[in-house]
Design a protein around this ligand. Structure first.
Ligand SMILES: *Cc1c(COP(=O)(O)O)cnc(C)c1O
Length: 428
C-alpha cells in the first residue's frame, strides 16, 4: 500500500501543527506509523491522499451515522449555505431542529445549542453549579467529557479521590473541586456523598462510557446514581455526546429509561458539522442567560448551515426501524468476525451496544471499569490496526477507541471486514 502522499502531507503538517494534527489521537501515536490524510468519503468508504480505499468504522469518531457525504445532508447544507452561512441572529432552522429533538425526547424540555461536545459539557457543569449553588462535581475514572479544565482529571489511588490534573496548564485549584471515583462502585459514590455533604453540585457520567473502551454499566447502577442524586439535591448529568442519537434517538436515557437532570449531546446532532447541545427541564434551563444568571453564549451557536445538516441527519434517524437495522448489522458483523477468527476468539471480546462496538483482548465476560483494561493488551491492537489498514479496513487509531457501524455499511462491507479481521488476527 502506497503511503507517499500521506507521508509528505504529514511532514508538512508537522511544520504547522503540534504533532502535525489538530486533535491528538489523529497522530497515530498509539498505533505507530503515519496518519493517513483523507481526501474523500462516500457512504461507508473513505479514500486517502494516495488513493487507497478503506471501509471506515471511525465515522469521524461517531457523528456520521448515515455514512460519508449522505445525499440528504449534502442537499440540506447546500440549500442553507446559499442563503448565507451565519447571521448572529435567530433563524427558523434553530426552531426546526429543536422541535425535531424535543418532540421526540421526553427527558428534556428546553435546550441550548453550542458548537462542540466540550462546550456542551462545560456549560452543563456551569449550569449545575449555578442551579445548586455548590462547587464540587463528581466524575468517573474512564469517562471522557471533552477538554474543559475541571474535567481533565484522572483518579488518584483512593476509593474517593480528588482528581490529579491530567493536563499541564490545569491548576490544582480547579481540579480540587472535581471528585473522581471508579465506575460500577456504589460504595465509592456513597462515601463521596458522606464526605462532601451538601457540596456536590452534580454527578456527570457517560451513561454508555465509550471513550476508554466500551465500559457498559448496569442499568441498576444508573438507577442508583439517579436515586442518590435525588436524595442529595445533586443534579445528574448524562453526557450523551457519543451515545445520543446513537443507541437510539433518545440515547442512553431512553435506552435504560433513566431520567437525568441535564443531558449533553454532540457528534451525531450536527450531521458532521460542529454542533453541541445541552438540555434539561424548563425550570433548570430558565437559569441560563438571558433568562437566568448562568452566562453562556456563542458567536456561531445555532449556525444555520450546521442546523440544516443536523435536521437532515436526525430526520433519517427518526425513520421507523432505523436503529433496529443498525443494531442488526452490528451483530451480524460481530458474529462474522468471531467465526472468522475461530479458535483465537477465546481471548477476544467484541463488546457492543446498538451500533457501537469495541474490540478487547481479554477473556473477561464483562469490563465495566477503566482499571479492568490491561494496558499491555494494547500491543495486540497495534498489530491488528496495522494489518487491517493494509487490508482496507479503517479503525480509529487507538485500542481504547470504539468503532461505529453506519446506515451506509452494506452486508458486503461487513462480510469483507470480518474476513480481513480473520486474516489480521492470524498475525498476532
Ligand atoms: C466526543 C465527546 C466529548 C467532546 O466533544 P467534542 O465535540 O470533541 O468537544 C464529550 N463527551 C463525550 C462523551 C464525547 O464522546
Amino acid at each position: 500500500m502506497k503511503r507517499e502522499k500521506s507521508e509528505a502531507l504529514f511532514a508538512k503538517a508537522q511544520t504547522y501543527f503540534p504533532g502535525g494534527v489538530n486533535s491528538p489521537v489523529r497522530a497515530f501515536r498509539s498505533v505507530g506509523g503515519t496518519p493517513l490524510f483523507i481526501s474523500k468519503g462516500k457512504g461507508s468508504h473513505i479514500w486517502d491522499a494516495d488513493g487507497n480505499e478503506f471501509i471506515d468504522y471511525c465515522a469521524s469518531w461517531g457523528p456520521l451515522i448515515l455514512g460519508h457525504a449522505n445525499q440528504q445532508v449534502i442537499k440540506a447544507i447546500q440549500t442553507s449555505v446559499e442563503n448565507g452561512s451565519s447571521f448572529g441572529a435567530p433563524t427558523a432552522l434553530e426552531n426546526e431542529l429543536a422541535e425535531l429533538i424535543l418532540s421526540n425526547n421526553k427527558y428534556i424540555e428546553k435546550i441550548r445549542f453550542v458548537s462542540s461536545g466540550t462546550e456542551a459539557v462545560m456549560s452543563a457543569i456551569r449550569l449545575a453549579r449555578g442551579f445548586t449553588k455548590r462547587n464540587k462535581i463528581l466524575k468517573f475514572e474512564g469517562c471522557y467529557h471533552g477538554h474543559s479544565d475541571s474535567l481533565l482529571v484522572k483518579a488518584g489511588s483512593g476509593l474517593v479521590t480528588f482528581g490529579n490534573t491530567s493536563s499541564a496548564g490545569v491548576p490544582e485549584s480547579v481540579v480540587n473541586d472535581t471528585i473522581v471515583v471508579s465506575l460500577n462502585n456504589e460504595e465509592a459514590v456513597k462515601q463521596a456523598f458522606a464526605e462532601f455533604k451538601n457540596q456536590i453540585a452534580c454527578i456527570i457520567i457517560e451513561p454508555v462510557p465509550a471513550n476508554n473502551g466500551l465500559l457498559l454499566q448496569r442499568k441498576e447502577y444508573l438507577q442508583f446514581l439517579r436515586e442518590i442524586c435525588t436524595e442529595n439535591n445533586t443534579l445528574l448529568i448524562f453526557d450523551e455526546v457519543i451515545s445520543g442519537f446513537r443507541v437510539g434517538f433518545t440515547g442512553a436515557a431512553g435506552y435504560y429509561d433513566v431520567q437525568p437532570d441535564i443531558i449533553t449531546y454532540g457528534k451525531i446532532i450536527g450531521g458532521g458539522l460542529p454542533v453541541g447541545m445541552y438540555g434539561a427541564s424548563a425550570a433548570i434551563m430558565s437559569n441560563v442567560s438571558p433568562e437566568g444568571n448562568v452566562y453562556q453564549a456563542g458567536t456561531l451557536s445555532g449556525n444555520p448551515v450546521a442546523m440544516a445538516a443536523g435536521i437532515a441527519q436526525l430526520t433519517e434517524c427518526l425513520k421507523p426501524g432505523f436503529y433496529e437495522e443498525l443494531e442488526r448489522k452490528t451483530q451480524f458483523l460481530i458474529k462474522n468476525i468471531l467465526s472468522n477468527i475461530g479458535h483465537r476468539s477465546s481471548n477476544i471480546r467484541l463488546f457492543s451496544i446498538g451500533s457501537i462496538f469495541w474490540l478487547a483482548f481479554t477473556d473477561q465476560k464483562t469490563i465495566r471499569t477503566a482499571e479492568e483494561i490491561n494496558p499491555d493488551s494494547m500491543k495486540h491492537f497495534r498489530v491488528i490496526h496495522k494489518e487491517l489498514l493494509e487490508r482496507g479496513i479503517y479503525l480509529g487509531p487507538s485500542g481504547y477507541e470504539v468503532g461505529f457501524v453506519s446506515e451506509a455499511h452494506t452486508e458486503a462491507d461487513l462480510i469483507q471486514t470480518a474476513k480481513m479481521f480473520g486474516e489480521a488476527m492470524g498475525k498476532i
